[in-house]
Ligand binder design. Structure first.
Ligand code: ADP
Ligand code: MG
Length: 319
């Protein structure tokens, strides 16, 4: 869609809603380039698309390592670093469990015996990555990689590069709630990125004012189902138990320059809980977080407290 000073777009991709708004002389070209880039990344990283690197790795699990794009290799290496840092709370070999839970269609939790069976396949340590030659393999058949916790973040960083190459000085991209901002708004003010209230639909708990950074949220309200007993089963899994993580947090927003790191961190902190999560966050200089616990208390790290505006009626504590 043509916008007076630029381009706005809203479409479905990477299994989620994507929207962006950019202004600048080359915004038409940049808009096309963004759409192409998002399709390219999805074709490379989605495990559901025929011919993608991830599907290729998964189909050859237990058979042989396969050659992948160096970018795929880099994302998997970065994933592995998050696994090591979090002692396995972030684990992209979570694929068999994600399939078993089948959050899109399920109405009740899977049987514990089946959970334990799939759990035995989840092990980041078993992933074989040879970066020099871009080969990746999984040793056991039925193992599978799922980049749901990190790929959208990586896509955000790629989109930023595209916009920078096209000399776009102002804009934002939202990939399923992963927001990447570029420069300031055209009126010179900072971008204000809203953070959804995890329990009140269509309502915000606040917003962060940012420039050239990304704001990524992981919450238990994004993909979930309620069973007949009223239990909520959401899509962020604890790789040690095989069940949705119950860490005391229901929403984690990470504010950080690098969107891939912010994405992986948000998922990891969600699983780790507040105390351990904050320790993980402290490894990334300048990273800030907004946490919501299971009694809906909101806390904000000190380094972003001055740029966080709470919505009316929301009290915050500063960490
Ligand atoms: P969203 O995809 O809604 O932005 P996240 O970034 O937190 O949310 O990613 C959740 C997705 O990551 C899940 O749908 C699943 O594909 C994958 N996943 C679930 N649990 C884990 C985990 N412990 N480590 C890595 N990836 C995970
Ligand atoms: Mg994530």
């Amino acid at each position: 869609m043509v916008h007076p000073r630029g381009f706005k777009d809203h479409h479905f991709g990477m299994n989620t809603d994507i929207s962006f708004s950019i202004t600048g002389e080359h915004s038409a070209e940049a808009s096309d380039a963004l759409r192409h880039e998002l399709v390219r990344l999805e074709c490379m990283l989605s495990r559901y698309l025929d011919g993608s690197d991830i599907q290729n790795i998964n189909r050859h699990a237990g058979i042989k390592p396969v050659c992948v794009n160096p970018e795929t290799c880099m994302i998997l290496s970065a994933s592995l670093s998050f696994s090591k840092l979090s002692k396995g709370l972030f684990d992209v070999t979570i694929g068999p469990l994600v399939d078993l839970w089948n959050f899109k269609q399920a109405t009740r939790a899977p049987d514990k015996i089946r959970i334990n069976k799939e759990l035995s396949l989840v092990n980041y340590r078993s992933m074989m990555i040879k970066q020099g030659v871009s080969m990746v393999g999984l040793p056991q058949s039925n193992q599978s990689i799922d980049l749901g916790g990190i790929a959208k973040g990586y896509a955000g960083d790629c989109c930023r590069k595209i916009l920078e190459n096209q000399k776009i000085a102002s804009g934002y991209i939202s990939i399923g709630g992963n927001v990447i901002t570029l420069g300031n708004k055209s009126d010179g003010s900072c971008w204000k990125v809203g953070i959804r209230h995890p329990r009140e639909s269509n309502s915000l708990l606040g917003a962060v004012s940012v420039t050239d950074t990304s704001v990524v949220t992981s919450g238990d309200y994004e993909r979930y189902f309620d069973d007949a007993e009223g239990n909520r089963w959401h899509h962020i899994l604890h790789p040690k138990t095989g069940y949705p993580a119950k860490s005391g947090l229901i929403s984690v927003t990470v504010v950080y320059e690098n969107s891939m790191t912010a994405d992986a961190l948000a998922t990891t902190i969600f699983v780790a809980g507040k105390e351990r999560g904050l320790k993980l966050l402290s490894h990334f200089q300048g990273a800030g977080a907004v946490l919501v616990d299971d009694v809906q208390r909101v806390s904000v790290t000190n380094n972003i407290a001055s740029v966080f505006q709470a919505a009316e009626g929301i009290d915050i504590s500063i960490l």
